[in-house]
Design a protein around this ligand. Structure first.
Ligand code: MG
Length: 311
């Protein structure tokens, strides 16, 4: 559905956000029919978007050549976050199988991580690949708390939820262990900063509902970790960074955009809770937004970061 979708709109708090918009561009609802949309990833070569419909145990595919939507993979092991690695391959967090996988160019599946020191992961949630090929992912317990988005099970990691990194040689390390429910994550354009969301407030009203900012050291350890932004409507789930380093995050009322200082400069209002988003289209100037039952998009005056860009 193109044109004016009820409940959508743009709120501009700083002129910088106005400069990110196209005057006559509107939010479009591209498709509806999911239960909980998450994990969008854009595949430039095929001109399509993949995303997860977690409770329905399937991954969907939006074809930008004709606007059609079809099932990409089912069952999907209740997949959640997806991204594209440096070679254009799909990398997926799977709740049910409690692992992170890569889909090779020939369609075969390679397991990137499914345990830490012999103990099963909780339920990998979101993932990003750094330019050196290392795979960074969050591991909260959402996928093992109930049977709705995975299989109900006990944590083998003492209910602790870490951020992990898997190096190209396969070695897995804990990057951060002071998160309640680590969720979305993304690097700054030059990869000197790593942002990580904590959605601990989902199960504890006094829990964190913020994104923290870490410095990335040369050895891929991280430092700092001050609160970058606190969510004023729900929690920050998944997010992406654009070419100028602005951070575009999901929230309950839509998309919140922050400048590099952490100031909220504007919002894209969406009539459903947004769980994640990504930049796509040939020019990466189209924001694809996963809003619960529906896939939305909006063309912008700026572009996102290509996952295969030189850094
Ligand atoms: Mg998430």
């Amino acid at each position: 559905m193109y044109g004016e979708v009820e409940g959508t709109g743009f709120e501009i708090y700083e002129p910088e956000f106005g400069d990110c918009l196209i005057g006559h561009a509107r939010v479009e609802r591209l498709w509806t029919g999911a239960r909980w949309s998450e994990g969008p990833a854009w595949f430039a070569a095929g001109k399509y978007l993949i995303w997860s419909d977690i409770p329905n145990n399937r991954m969907m595919r939006f074809d930008d050549t004709d606007g059609s939507v079809s099932v990409f993979r089912a069952p999907s092991n209740h997949s959640n976050g997806n991204t594209v690695d440096r070679k254009g391959r799909l990398v997926t967090c799977e709740h049910q199988s409690r692992r992170v996988t890569r889909t090779e160019h020939d369609g075969s599946i390679t397991v990137i991580a499914d345990n830490y020191l012999g103990k099963r992961l909780n339920s990998p949630n979101d993932v990003v690949v750094k330019s050196d090929g290392s795979v960074w992912f969050t591991d909260p317990t959402y996928g093992i708390l109930t049977n709705y988005e995975g299989n109900k099970a006990d944590s083998e990691l003492d209910d602790r939820c870490h951020v992990f990194r898997v190096d190209p040689d396969g070695e897995i390390s804990i990057v951060a262990e002071d998160y309640v429910k680590p969720n979305g994550l993304a690097f700054s354009p030059d990869e000197s900063v790593l942002y990580i969301a904590d959605t601990g407030a989902s199960h504890d009203p006094d829990g964190p509902r913020h994104i923290r900012r870490h410095i990335v050291n040369a050895d891929n350890s991280i430092a700092g970790g001050e609160v970058f932004a606190t969510c004023t409507c729900g929690v920050f789930d998944g997010f992406r960074v654009d070419e100028a380093g602005r951070l575009w995050s999901s929230a309950t009322d839509g998309v919140h955009c922050f400048n590099t200082r952490g100031d909220l400069i504007g919002k894209i209002l969406i009539p459903e809770t947004v769980a994640n988003l990504c930049f796509g289209g040939p020019k990466l100037n189209r924001l694809f937004i996963c809003g619960t039952t529906s896939l939305y998009s909006a063309y912008l005056g700026i572009s996102g970061l290509s996952p295969t860009r030189p850094v």
